[in-house]
Design a protein around this ligand. Structure first.
Ligand code: URA
Length: 435
């Protein structure tokens, strides 16, 4: 194929709005992954895709080609496998709660998760708040733990969908990240290669998310569900609001504490509702009646079964599981500062992006891959949008270490907070579903 391949012809084809065959996509993408097609040609092709788009079939073909470009996990030997993906948010500790819920419900979660980058957090970073916990398991350990506990979670393997890694790095420097078929295929290539039969997607919409409008979020959700269906997977998506952080806590240890409270049935309403809704989608994908699924999902947070799965999971991966029952012993930075309401009224906006950036400024996130982070710093929303406040009352609490980044974090939060005289109209958390 490579000998017959004429890359300029393929770039021209997409430039002129024509449709690629799977063989052409293979030639381009696998040729690039092997180092046979240079960056400058793929850069031009990515821009042509950005400007011309792709048909659903092309997008599905591109995804399959990327998914098959490296190692693929075979989970076929495990019962009722399910994976979950969030398009990235602030204060989004959903995976910490949902995955043990799913295990308690009899599903199997054998999942790869990422680390945080820029203003969004990552599940692996949050779990590393447990001293000793490791995201590195051999494939045998990973599969055995998933079979035994129903839950195993590891870091993203570099060998998984390597074409996506290379293409993403190039998109990042050619202004082609923000392109629906490229985002959908990038996310889904990793989900297909990770092997789960069912995938539940949480597509975030709003200030702190990739997708700023509901229409854009819906289009991304539809594209990802379509890719999954064409690959014989069951994919269901929930669109959720990310104008303001989920729950009250942002920052690694703080989010773990909030997740543990939620697993004890004492979590904030928005976070609990989202976890229940995602669990219902997973069970419904396996044919369960939604009413029954909801009742069973809620029960796991009341009867301690999800918490028990989480405890077993932390211990199995080397973490100090005594902290599961003593979350107050997790390392939280000792410094405290507050941002107060500029006037009396109702909290109108606590901007998710501002909170994410404030956590980053305090040292709780990383600008570049591989940078160390401080798990103990973060931001607490003492008040959420819609709640009444008095002028001078604390709305946000910062947890800092020795004042590091405090000035910058405070400025970001002040700019991201607004108070109105009348209560803002309540926005639902779950905006839509696609399946
Ligand atoms: N997340 C991904 O994995 N890929 C994208 O292109 C965007 C978000």
């Amino acid at each position: 194929m490579t000998a017959a391949l004429n890359v300029p012809d393929l770039i021209r084809k997409k430039r002129d709005g024509e449709v690629h065959t799977r063989a052409e996509l293979e030639a381009l993408v696998l040729g690039y992954t092997r180092g046979e097609v240079p960056d400058y040609q793929i850069s031009a092709w990515l821009m042509a895709v950005y400007l011309r788009g792709m048909t659903p079939q092309e997008t599905a073909d591109l995804t399959r080609v990327m998914a098959e470009s490296g190692e693929q996990l075979d989970l076929a030997g495990l019962p009722r496998t399910v994976d979950k993906h969030s398009t990235g948010g602030v204060g989004d500790k959903t995976s910490l709660i949902l995955t043990p819920m799913l295990a308690a419900l009899g599903l199997t979660v054998a999942k790869m998760s990422g680390r945080g980058l820029a203003h969004t957090g990552g599940t692996i970073d949050k779990l590393e708040s447990f001293p000793g916990w490791t995201p590195e398991l051999s494939e045998e350990q990973f599969l055995a733990q998933a079979r035994e506990i129903g839950l195993a979670l590891v870091g993203q393997s570099r060998d998984l969908a390597p074409a996506d890694g290379k293409l993403y790095a190039l998109r990042d420097v050619t202004a082609t990240v923000d392109c629906l078929p490229l985002i959908a295929s990038s996310i889904m290539s990793k989900k297909l290669a990770s092997g789960a039969h069912t995938v539940v997607l949480d597509v975030k919409v709003g200030a702190g998310a990739f997708m700023r409008t509901l229409d854009d979020g819906r289009a991304l959700a539809r594209a990802m569900v379509d890719i999954g269906t064409r690959a014989s997977r069951l994919v269901r998506a929930v669109l959720t609001d990310m104008d303001t952080p989920l729950g009250h806590m942002a920052g690694n240890s703080l989010e773990v504490q909030e997740a543990l409270a939620t697993l004890r049935g004492e979590g904030p309403a928005d976070l609990t509702e989202l976890c229940v809704a995602l669990a219902v989608e997973a069970l419904a994908a396996y044919g369960e009646d939604e009413g029954q699924a909801e009742a069973r999902a809620r029960a796991t947070l009341r009867d301690g079964s999800a918490l028990a799965k989480f405890r077993a999971f932390v211990a199995a991966q080397g973490g100090d599981a005594t902290l599961v029952d003593h979350p107050e012993r997790l390392d939280v930075a000792p410094g405290r500062a507050e941002v107060t309401a500029p006037s009396s009224g109702f909290v109108e906006r606590v901007d998710a992006l501002a909170v994410g950036r404030a956590v980053l400024a305090l040292g709780g996130g990383r600008e570049r891959k591989g940078e160390p982070i401080d798990h103990g710093v973060g931001v607490e929303l003492l008040k959420k949008p819609g709640e009444a406040v008095q002028a001078g009352q604390a709305v946000l609490r910062l947890y800092h270490r020795g004042g590091r980044g405090l000035g910058a974090a405070r400025s970001l939060l002040e700019a991201g907070l607004s108070v109105s005289e009348t209560p803002p109209s309540p926005e639902p958390l779950i905006l839509d579903r696609v399946n």
